[in-house]
Design a protein around this ligand. Structure first.
Ligand SMILES: Cc1cc2nc3c(=O)[nH]c(=O)nc-3n(C[C@H](O)[C@H](O)[C@H](O)COP(=O)(O)O)c2cc1C
Length: 209
């Protein structure tokens, strides 16, 4: 396993990709080699001991790409040092909602146990929306209709978090896992069979029309 850090992101309209790129740049400034990749392009995480995951919330969920990523690499992630960020709120007073959404996501994926998790404001530009997100604007009752375009990404806060991730890695968050003994357990203590059940459950859900 190399000391390179993987920053893997999902992004529909590019704002989370830009956050991931800033995090990757900051980690490089801290002296780390970093691969910054769209989750769809990641074929293996074998080379990485530390993985930073980031995705936006849409209606309280991560996009399918990000949920697939958790399914595909579940056991591998459970054996790595993981930090998680989410982009979300597009109104200044809504950051608590995004934090709650991330807490729920981490609770549902309790085998992941990130050593750090953070939320950042997102970008909202109704002009670029496509598909189902655009359709939401047609509903008169949609709260999105009243929102002016906004970019709530706080770059100093994003860089500060990236530096704190670098500090954690340096301080030893990235300890190799002990050799397997008896039943395999993830770093979080969850048995790999329970992670397998989780993945099977996710895959069943993904297969539903
Ligand atoms: C239709 C729609 C639904 C959204 N739902 C949520 C949500 O449930 N929680 C949240 O915190 N942010 C929500 N957002 C804000 C997005 O997470 C934010 O715009 C983010 O920056 C988008 O990232 P992307 O550009 O990488 O796709 C929503 C945005 C749209 C357009």
């Amino acid at each position: 396993m190399r000391g390179t850090i993987l920053v893997a992101y999902a992004s529909r309209y590019g704002s989370t990709r830009e956050v991931a790129e800033r995090i990757a740049d900051t980690l490089r400034e801290c002296g780390y080699e970093v691969d910054c990749r769209d989750m769809r392009e990641v074929r293996s995480i074998d080379d990485y001991r530390t993985v930073v995951l980031g995705a936006p919330f849409y209606y309280g969920r991560w996009p399918r790409t990000a949920r697939h990523f958790l399914s595909r690499f579940g056991p591998g992630l459970a054996h790595r040092d993981v930090a998680v960020f989410a982009t979300g709120h597009i109104a200044a007073d809504k950051s608590a909602d995004t934090r709650t959404q991330l807490d729920i996501l981490l609770e549902r994926n309790d085998w992941l146990r990130p050593f750090s998790s953070e939320i950042f404001g997102g970008r909202w530009d109704p002009a670029v929306l496509r598909g189902p997100q655009r359709m939401m604007l047609w509903f008169p009752a949609s709260p999105l209709r009243a929102l002016p375009p906004a970019d709530l990404r706080d770059w100093p806060a994003i860089e500060k978090w990236a530096r704190s991730v670098a500090e954690s890695v340096k301080a030893g968050a990235a300890q190799p896992n002990p050799p397997n003994a008896g039943q395999q357990h993830s770093r979080s203590g969850a048995s790999l069979s329970s992670i397998g059940e989780y993945i099977a459950d996710q895959q069943r859900k993904e297969l539903r029309p």
